[in-house]
Design a protein around this ligand. Sequence first.
Ligand code: HEM
Ligand code: HEM
Length: 348
Amino acid sequence: MTSLVLTLTETLRYKGALGQWSWVLHRITGLGVVLFLVLHVIDTSWAYFYPELYVKAIAVYQSPLFTIGEFALVACVVYHAYNGLRIALIDFKPVWWRHQEKAARYVLIATAVTLVPVFVLMFSHVLKHYQSPDVQVLGLDAVVESQIPFIAGFVIAGFAALLLSAITMAILPKSAAGPKAKPTGSQIERFWWSFMRLSGVLIIPLVFGHLAAMHVLQGVFDMTVAGMTVVGVPVSGDATALWNGINASGTAVEFVGERWNHLLGGVAIWRVFDAALLMLVTIHGFNGLRYVLTDYTSFNPMLKRAAIYLCIMGAVVLLVTGIGALLGTIDQTAVDMAKEATAKLFAP
Ligand code: HEM
Ligand code: HEM
């Protein structure tokens, strides 16, 4: 954290050119999205594993604090995506390097041009929600309280990575673990360099499509409106069927169930879509986090190793949790549990 603050203050002191600012912004936006991703994949998996907890998680997303965060998140994703595309294109064609400064300016303009209409649409969802007569808002204390397990999880993961690093350093021969350890893996780093660019480009349509569905076409508030259609799922016309494209119970669990259980030509397309998104963003995001953390811990081999372990652990936990949920079946029992939990959550 201190090092990230130092990066910022030094950029301000140095009055960096646009290139320097692009680098700092790319780093901060990437870190912001990774942090969100950790909360989001764990929360989403509860739709299958713990329907009652998912109800609360969505109420937290609908609270004013998270609404502000949602605007910031969308801004981070859009800037990071456009700037990442600039990096990937320019690295692909080194003759374009001389246009770096101009390209960085275009990225800022494109971000602003995209965000203005998107924010207007997002804001219209917020307004509609607060104008509704039966709006229910979770208190700030409950919102803050809901984040405590995540903070505890981050601290525990940090200590576990440090412990594992210390044990490995003690076991490994000095030559392999010490500060003068021979540089290995340049081929692996070349792979990661290409992966970051290719995965970044592939993520753009997936994450933009996902955000368009959840913020523009519908808003996160629409997930809990009874009788509402569900984005990306056509209404089947069979009103008696549980999965007919309408969120009859008005629970977030039924919303996710409608999407994950919808079949197109026998294929659960939203599960496949989410699995592709999950794998790409998790591996890209945690490898990016590794770049950042190892940059700031390179002075101490044990800390640097702990940073790498932390990123591997984080990615594995998210992949296992996310895929576990995608392979599960959301059924009527889960929807009933969610209905009961919703009634309790806002009970006077
Ligand atoms: C939307 C499409 C995206 C594109 C085009 C993109 C592109 C890139 C590129 C080209 C890099 C530089 C890699 C390098 O220096 O070798 C990068 C770094 C990074 N990306 Fe992304 N990315 C995208 C989405 C994401 C997402 C969704 C996350 C978070 C889950 C993320 C997190 C990061 C992080 C943390 C870094 C490291 C930043 C640093 O080293 O300063 N990116 N991205
Ligand atoms: C506040 C903004 C967001 C909302 C409201 C939202 C909402 C949702 C919902 C409702 C699902 C459940 C499945 C579905 O309906 O497709 C989901 C899944 C998912 N979202 Fe988002 N999303 C948001 C932003 C993002 C961003 C920025 C990313 C990527 C960096 C992302 C990555 C994912 C992934 C990977 C899954 C699958 C999770 C799993 O397998 O358990 N989401 N999202």
